[in-house]
Design a binder for this molecule. Structure first.
Ligand code: PMP
Ligand code: GLU
Length: 400
């Protein structure tokens, strides 16, 4: 019998992180690999946020903090909810975590009993179903096709709710498709939820400020405030403030759930990094002009990459409305043969081929539970994006 716990048997590694690691290994071997795999901005953390971290260190804010996070940050998060979303929360309804990923983990670890179901609309971020499984629940993956804008419909939601359904996960703008739910779409989903009072909503708003279309950001609570007693908002500073390595995320929701999540935090990581928490206060309360600068850069890159990828025969690209990903259909290339004679049977075969032949790392649709697609992260400079698409074009044009 294996020394490793049986619960790990059902967990797949995050393909986003695997592809990034594979690209890094090839680079160390001297290959010129372009990685558009892991979703993280290429910009450095803004100067004023770095300065806040330095001041924190110099003034001795270098110790353990409360498990839920420092009061200044929890207060800043509660204030942000009021200002940005017109939602009222107090600091004891906020939990600060080591990245948004840990906030999701804590929420499910705190609430899922074996057999409890979590509705996960797919394509979805690689980690959602795995965190559900790791914490003892059962992901109910609902396929949301391209024709439906990769979005869950009210009829699909109604059809998959059972007495065991505990959570519905929503992520808008979405990783990996960039889809953004409109207020009307959220309202329609909320109308279904009103008929099922046992179902909670986890709304992952981490890309909220990275929207490029005319549809403004809304989460379900802004549309249906009566769902507040059963909604958990997940967010963080990683993407919007270019702080992926600082590891600060947060959860905002009903006090009892936040208390349970804090109990887990206190017995696991203790607290999120103290210095990074001070930096996150500066991110949320300081000068916000950096967000506009980053958004403008991502917008330009989105337009560039969509145009460039559309010129590659066999690829189909819709214009993503938010986040920094394009989800590209490679359906027309499945079944083709590489110059080495290998048949590309799946999107995983295709992304492996791109890595080997073009030295471009992207993530397969299989990882996001919707095939045959691949995801390109365009959080990279225009020159690099240009070079990457040229390489992809060349590799695709020799397929037979
Ligand atoms: N949610 C989504 C949709 C994401 O793409 C990510 C990116 N890793 C996270 C949560 C987690 O973010 P963090 O880096 O703050 O853990
Ligand atoms: N969320 C990013 C991505 O999807 C970071 C990697 C990860 O945490 O999975 O690529």
């Amino acid at each position: 019998m294996s020394f490793i716990a049986t619960r790990l048997g059902v967990i797949a590694p995050a393909e986003t992180m695997e592809m990034a690691a594979r690209a890094a290994t090839l680079r160390r071997q001297g290959l010129d690999v372009i990685s558009l795999s892991q979703g993280e901005p290429d910009f450095n953390t803004p100067e004023h946020i770095q300065q806040a971290a330095m001041r924190a260190m110099q003034s001795g804010q270098t110790r353990y903090t409360e498990a839920a996070g420092v009061l200044a940050l929890r207060t800043a998060v509660a204030a942000k909810m009021q200002v940005d979303h017109d939602l009222h929360y107090t600091a004891d309804e906020v939990s600060i975590t080591a990245g948004a990923k840990q906030a999701i983990f804590n929420a499910f670890f705190a609430t899922l009993n074996p057999g409890d179901e979590v509705v996960v609309p797919a394509p979805c971020w690689v980690s959602y179903p795995e965190i559900v499984k790791l914490t003892g629940g059962t992901p109910i993956v609902v396929e949301c096709p391209r024709e439906a804008g990769f979005k869950l419909t009210p009829a699909q939601l109604e059809a998959c709710i059972t007495p065991r359904t505990k959570w519905l996960m929503l992520n808008s703008p979405s990783n990996p498709t960039g889809a953004v739910y409109s207020k009307e779409e959220l309202e329609a989903l909320g109308t279904v939820l009103r008929r099922h009072p046992q179902v909670w909503v986890l709304t992952d708003d981490i890309y909220e400020k990275l929207i490029y279309g005319s549809e403004p950001f809304a989460n379900i609570l802004q549309v249906l405030p009566d769902l507040q007693p059963r909604t958990l908002i997940i967010n963080g500073v990683s993407k919007v403030y270019c702080m992926t390595g600082w590891r600060i995320g947060y959860a905002v929701g009903p006090r009892e759930l936040i208390k349970a999540m804090t109990l887990i935090q206190g017995q696991s990581t203790n607290n999120a990094n103290a210095i990074a928490q001070v930096a996150a206060v500066e991110a949320l309360t300081g000068d916000q002009s950096c967000v506009d600068t980053f958004r403008a850069a991502f917008h330009e890159r989105r337009d560039f990459i969509v145009d460039a990828l559309r010129k590659v025969p066999g690829l189909e690209v819709d214009v993503p409305q938010g986040a920094f990903y394009v989800y590209v259909s490679c359906r027309a290339l499945i079944g083709k043969r590489t110059p080495q004679g290998q048949v590309l049977a799946t999107d995983r075969d295709f992304v492996r081929y791109l890595l080997d032949a073009a030295h471009v790392a992207v993530v397969s649709g299989t990882g996001f539970l919707h095939s045959p697609y691949f995801r390109v992260s365009y959080a990279a400079g225009l020159e690099l994006l240009d070079k990457a698409v040229q390489r992809i074009h060349k590799a695709v044009s020799v397929l037979e």
